[in-house]
Write a protein that binds this ligand. Structure first.
Ligand SMILES: C[S@@+](CC[C@H](N)C(=O)[O-])C[C@H]1O[C@@H](n2cnc3c(N)ncnc32)[C@H](O)[C@@H]1O
Length: 279
């Protein structure tokens, strides 16, 4: 091959590499490279996350806080689980609602996202528990939450289907599910991790969710509301009553100064800067 041909070929190669990197790290946020990559990228960008998202308090109240508080109004002190809570967007929208008197547990695999969450939620310490943990397996028994929320996160998990099933496992019959469906061009760029509206409805029905509503929300996301079939009472319980030791998978945890201790396997889980480190 003539030597001058190497120049355009090299440029094309560089362009393709750049496009591949953009797809892997920006569009799919590392989801095909493993959970560690997703978490590392969120750790890296945590202090810019809110600036990038430009959350508007009024919009958060209209689309998230108010409808969720209304859906929960028949439970006096509801308990909510926010999976992939990030910088506490959902907890803040809900806790700002005067009619909401419940408690929230927020979990995330990114320690830095949670650090930002702590800095934004001062004053709510008695109503918001933050847990550092991969949510592929949730450290709670079945059917303990009145609502489970999971916003803009399913497509970044190893298996969105399994994550949804796990979310619904901890939701009580009659409880509210609020999640998101990636939509638009980006959804097509994340194959195997996103759902069409029809796939989303079918999957949720298979998992026992009824009254499913898929509502256009943002350019990239629909909001997906549903209710777990059946009816059972839940309501807020002290966190240590429902928190399972990740090793023993039973509620054997007690609080000792700045740590949580498992009475069965003696593992110590630190509480640092207001975050329970259950890793
Ligand atoms: C786009 S952010 C959404 C955060 C928040 N729900 C919101 O709407 O602003 C996705 C979040 O999911 C978290 N995440 C992704 N995979 C996770 C996993 N397997 N376990 C726990 N958190 C995870 C990331 O660390 C990140 O904070």
């Amino acid at each position: 091959m003539s030597s001058w041909l190497w120049v355009p070929l090299g440029l094309i190669g560089l362009l393709l590499l750049g496009l591949l990197a953009y797809w892997q790290f920006v569009i799919t946020e590392g989801t095909y490279l493993g959970q560690w990559m997703v978490t590392w990228l969120y750790d890296l960008t945590a202090n810019r996350y809110d600036g990038i998202k430009q959350f508007d308090d009024d919009m958060e109240a209209i689309y998230l806080g108010r409808p969720l508080a209304t859906a929960l109004k028949s439970t006096p002190v509801p308990l909510i689980c926010d999976i992939g809570t990030g910088t506490a967007r959902l907890p803040l929208a809900l806790l700002a609602q005067p009619t909401f008197q419940g408690k929230i547990v927020g979990l995330d695999d990114s320690r830095q996202m949670l650090r930002t969450a702590v800095s934004k939620t001062g004053g709510y310490e008695n109503r918001l528990t933050l847990i550092w943990r991969d949510t592929t397996h949730l450290p709670f028994p079945d059917a303990v939450f009145d609502a489970v929320t999971c916003l803009e996160m399913l497509e970044f998990t190893p298996s969105p289907r399994r994550q949804l099933a796990e979310a619904i496992r901890v939701l009580r019959p009659g409880g509210i599910l609020l999640t998101t469906r990636r939509r638009g061009f980006d959804a097509r760029m994340i194959p195997g991790k996103t759902f069409t509206v029809a796939q989303c409805m079918t999957l949720l029905e298979e998992l026992g969710i009824v009254d499913v509503q898929v509502l256009v929300w943002q350019v990239d996301y629909d909001l997906v509301w549903g209710r777990r079939d059946g009816n059972a009472q839940a309501g807020a319980r002290p966190i240590l009553e429902i928190l399972l030791c990740p090793r023993c998978n039973i509620p054997t945890l007690v609080e000792k100064r700045q740590e949580i201790y498992c009475e069965k396997c003696s593992t110590l889980y630190p509480i640092r800067d207001g975050i329970i480190e259950l890793r």
